[in-house]
Write a protein that binds this ligand. Structure first.
Ligand SMILES: [Ca+2]
Ligand SMILES: [Ca+2]
Length: 367
C-alpha cells in the first residue's frame, strides 16, 4: 500500500506539523525530497462536496488517499491545473469525517504527507432552478457556469495587486487557486497567501468589451461560503467607456456589495455630477452565506435594486436628472472578492480563509 517507504524518515518531520483541517490552508514546510515547500488543505465546495487540494509547484503528480467515516479507503490520482492538484469528494453529509493523506511526486522521488482529518460542514442549501422573471423580459445573455472552465468569450480576469483605487490588500490572479468553474458554479476563492507582494489572493472578473448593453434586468445567484472581517464581495457594473473617460465619469452601478460580518446588502450608483456623486440604499437582514438572487431593473427612467425579488432602493435617472447621463450608455459586469480596503477597513480575520464566492449564474434580460 505504501510504495515510498524510503521517504518515511523525512516524513516524520512533516507529521509533526499535521493539524486538523477545518476548511483552511495547512502550510507545510517539510523536507520534501529536500527541496520543495507546498501547501495543502481541504475546502468546502458545496453542501455535499469537499475539495482536497495541494499546491506544489515542483511536483510532477499528486495522489490523494482518503476514507470517509473510517471506511472505504480510496486511492486516486488528483487532477492538475497549473501548480494546483485537486480532487472532489462527493456525496457527503453534514458531519461526515474525511481522513486523507497526499503522496506528491517529484523528479527525485515521492513524498507522503500524513493523515489529515476534515469534518464536513454543509453550509448552504442546494440550489434550485430559478424561473425567469415575470413580465415581458427576454433573456439576451447569460453565463450559467456549466462546464469546467471560465468562458473567456464572456469574462476577462483582471490581474494585479495595485489596491484597485480602494487600497485593497489582495492580489488578483487568474490561477485555479482563485478561479474555478465546476459543479455548475463559478467560484472566486480568496486565500491567505503571500503572492506578488501582497498577503492575500483573490479574483476579479469583468465582461468589459465582451458583454455590455444599455438597460435591462441584470441579476445573479450568489452565495458566500462564509463572512468575516475584511471581506468585500461585489457584483457590480461600470460604463463600457471606462477606458476612455475613467471613473466616475463612466458611471458605476453596484448591484450587490457586502462587507465584514454585517447582515446588510448594499446597492449604489456612482457618477460625475460636476464632481463625484453617489446614491445608495441597503437591505437587512440578508444572510449572504445562503443563496440569493441579486438584481437591478434599469430603464430610461430609473434603476431599482432587488434581493430575491424584493425591491429596496430606487434611483431616478429620467432625462439625465442630476447629470446622470452616464446611466444611458452601455455597462459591463464585474464580479470580485476584495480583501480589506477603504470601505471594509484593514482589520482582516485570517482564520476565515479560504473563502469562496459561488455564482450559480449571471443573466441579462431586456424588454
Ligand atoms: Ca454626469
Ligand atoms: Ca449554474
Amino acid at each position: 500500500m505504501r510504495r515510498y517507504l524510503p521517504y518515511l524518515a523525512p516524513l516524520m518531520l512533516v507529521l509533526m506539523l499535521v493539524v486538523a483541517c477545518e476548511g483552511g490552508i495547512v502550510n507545510l514546510s517539510g523536507d520534501l525530497v529536500s527541496r520543495a515547500a507546498f501547501e495543502s488543505g481541504c475546502d468546502y465546495v458545496d453542501a455535499d462536496t469537499a475539495r482536497i487540494w495541494v499546491n506544489a509547484a515542483d511536483a510532477g503528480w499528486a495522489d490523494v488517499h482518503y476514507r470517509v467515516n473510517s471506511g472505504g479507503q480510496l486511492n486516486v490520482r488528483m487532477n492538475r491545473e497549473g501548480t494546483y492538484f485537486w480532487y472532489d469528494v462527493n456525496g457527503l453529509s453534514e458531519g461526515d469525517v474525511i481522513d486523507y493523506w497526499f503522496t506528491i511526486g517529484f523528479n527525485a522521488g515521492a513524498q507522503d504527507t500524513g493523515w489529515y482529518s476534515y469534518t464536513h460542514t454543509a453550509g448552504g442549501s442546494t440550489p434550485t432552478p430559478t424561473p425567469p422573471p415575470s413580465g415581458d423580459w427576454v433573456l439576451i445573455w447569460s453565463d450559467e457556469f456549466e462546464g469546467s472552465s471560465l468562458d473567456t468569450s464572456n469574462w476577462t480576469p483582471e490581474i494585479g495587486g495595485s489596491g484597485w483605487g480602494n487600497n485593497e490588500l489582495e492580489y488578483y490572479t487568474d490561477r485555479p487557486e482563485n478561479i474555478q468553474v465546476s459543479g455548475g458554479y463559478l467560484q472566486i476563492i480568496a486565500r491567505r497567501e503571500s503572492y506578488g507582494g501582497m498577503n492575500y489572493t483573490s479574483a476579479r472578473l469583468k465582461t468589459e468589451n465582451k458583454v455590455y448593453h444599455t438597460y435591462g434586468r441584470i441579476e445573479a445567484r450568489i452565495r458566500l461560503s462564509r463572512i468575516g472581517m475584511g471581506l468585500w464581495p461585489a457584483f457590480w457594473m461600470l460604463g463600457n467607456n471606462f477606458s476612455q473617460v475613467s471613473w466616475p465619469a463612466c458611471g458605476e452601478i453596484d448591484i450587490m456589495e457586502h462587507i465584514n460580518t454585517e447582515d446588510v446588502v448594499y446597492g449604489t450608483i456612482h457618477w460625475d455630477a460636476g464632481g463625484y456623486a453617489s446614491y445608495g440604499g441597503n437591505i437587512s437582514p440578508v444572510d449572504v452565506t445562503q443563496w440569493h438572487v441579486y438584481s437591478i431593473e434599469w430603464d430610461a427612467s430609473s434603476i431599482k435594486w432587488f434581493v430575491d425579488g424584493v425591491q429596496y432602493h430606487e434611483a431616478n435617472i429620467e432625462n439625465s436628472i442630476n447629470s446622470t447621463e452616464e446611466f444611458h450608455r452601455p455597462f459591463f459586469i464585474l464580479l470580485n472578492v476584495a480583501i480589506g480596503g477603504n470601505w471594509p477597513g484593514f482589520t482582516i480575520d485570517d482564520s476565515i480563509f479560504p473563502v469562496t464566492m459561488y455564482v450559480d449564474w449571471v443573466r441579462w434580460y431586456q424588454r
